[in-house]
Design a protein around this ligand. Structure first.
Ligand code: ATP
Length: 380
């Protein structure tokens, strides 16, 4: 057929692989690859041609990005009504402002018609072998929110979303207004603990608050993950039997040093606060003291084993004025126990967690994947 048109297969070579990424630049590959996409000047100008409905969607979505409020929008319409056109303009506008807009689609064909488009499976490293569409769809949205919340990306377009229902289960958290008290405290460069002691609060805004009680191998992967999300200050509550080993690895990974304090509450301003198994009383105090001052991006609560402490943590955070973007509870069946009306909270079960680890985290070991495959009985 090609020959009949005077062509040859050699006229259509594979696109060249241009991998200019270099670890040494210190930017994550996912961010680098999106940052280098140049918006076509013509695409930015297309915004003047948007029709009324497209313009309304464009304004609403851009406003959610510009005001830092976030949002989850489902753009629907019959074929040929201009959805991809809208994405094209949005992508170009944000990219021309130096923001990172990620164009993904669930099929290669759909991805190829968006500038810089990639399949979601490729972008988020979702394994193609996922057998349950609902899980796959949920993961797409979940990961997109994680990336956006982590400030890696400003906007994510997911064209040809396979499962609109999964969107209905997800609402995006609206960051809470910080109270006057916190603002004043920050201005004074002090905050007052429950017992009236004053401490410096200048760096508290970057706390990442985690409760980690997952198996050893998984825990290390979470550290990689959070590192990638630029979360540097962490409070780890841990009930690991292998506490010393874990703690050493954590410190070595983050700081190249070992902690001074072992098997004790070690709370300081030096980025990582660790709490050992034997210190539950101290931990309780810590929660009461520190939670009102957490302004981090994430609360990650894994497992039920410290249910009471987790509940205490959540209640403390709930009554404070925390700007929490994503709360994940893993393996908690009774969400109503918690006062969660203030926060977006998907329930991540073991199965989802296994996929998350297997697909997105670096250095996932076969051992950790096997662990979940053999121990996961709860289905999403
Ligand atoms: N406001 C507009 N001004 C001019 N052309 C437009 C406008 N909106 C869409 N188009 C054109 O209409 C055609 C169909 O638009 P588009 O591909 O965006 O539709 P779609 O809803 O994504 O379709 P599908 O669901 O089949 O993917 C394209 O050629 C596009 O350039």
């Amino acid at each position: 057929m090609l020959q009949s048109m005077g062509k040859d297969i050699k006229t259509f070579p594979l696109p060249p692989i241009m991998d200019a990424y270099d670890d040494a630049i210190g930017t994550a590959r996912e961010v680098y690859e999106e940052e280098i996409i140049e918006p076509a000047a013509g695409d930015v100008a297309l915004k003047d041609c948007l029709n009324k409905e497209q313009r309304a969607a464009y304004d609403k979505i851009l406003s959610a990005v510009d005001t830092d409020q976030g949002g989850l929008f489902f753009v629907d319409g019959p074929g040929g009504t201009g959805k991809t056109y809208l994405y094209r303009v949005l992508l170009a506008t944000l990219r021309s402002q130096g923001k990172i807009a990620v164009a993904t689609a669930t099929s290669g064909v759909a991805a190829s018609i968006m500038p810089g488009g990639r399949t979601a499976h490729s972008r988020f490293k979702i394994p193609l072998t996922i057998d349950d569409d609902a899980v796959g769809a949920f993961m797409l949205h979940f990961l997109s929110l994680v990336y956006i919340a982590s400030r890696c990306y400003d906007l994510l377009c997911l064209d040809n979303c396979p499962d609109r229902n999964s969107l209905q289960h997800i609402t995006v958290p609206v960051p809470m207004e910080r109270s006057e008290r916190s603002r004043r405290a920050r201005q004074d460069n002090k905050w007052r603990s429950r017992r009236g002691r004053s401490r410096s609060c200048t760096r508290r805004s970057c706390w990442t608050w985690m409760t980690l009680t997952a198996p050893q191998t998984q825990r290390l992967n979470w550290i990689d993950f959070l590192e990638r999300l630029h979360g540097k200050r962490m409070l780890l509550m841990d009930n690991s039997m292998n506490w010393n080993q874990f703690e050493s690895m954590l410190y070595a990974r983050l700081y190249g040093t070992r902690p001074d304090v072992r098997d004790a509450l070690a709370l300081s301003d030096t980025h990582v606060c660790t709490v050992a198994r034997s210190c539950q009383g101290a931990l309780q105090e810590l929660i009461l003291d520190e939670c009102p001052n957490v302004l981090g991006n994430f609360v990650v609560c894994l497992r039920e084993s410290w249910s009471n402490l987790t509940k205490l943590t959540l209640n403390r955070i709930g009554i404070s004025d925390v700007q929490i973007r994503i709360l994940m509870l893993v393996g908690f069946d009774q969400l109503e126990e918690f006062n969660l009306t203030w926060c977006w909270c998907p329930l991540i079960t073991d199965r989802l967690l296994a996929i998350l680890h297997a697909s997105t985290l670096p250095n996932v070991t076969q051992e950790s994947v096997d662990y979940y495959q053999h121990h996961c009985e709860v289905e999403y």
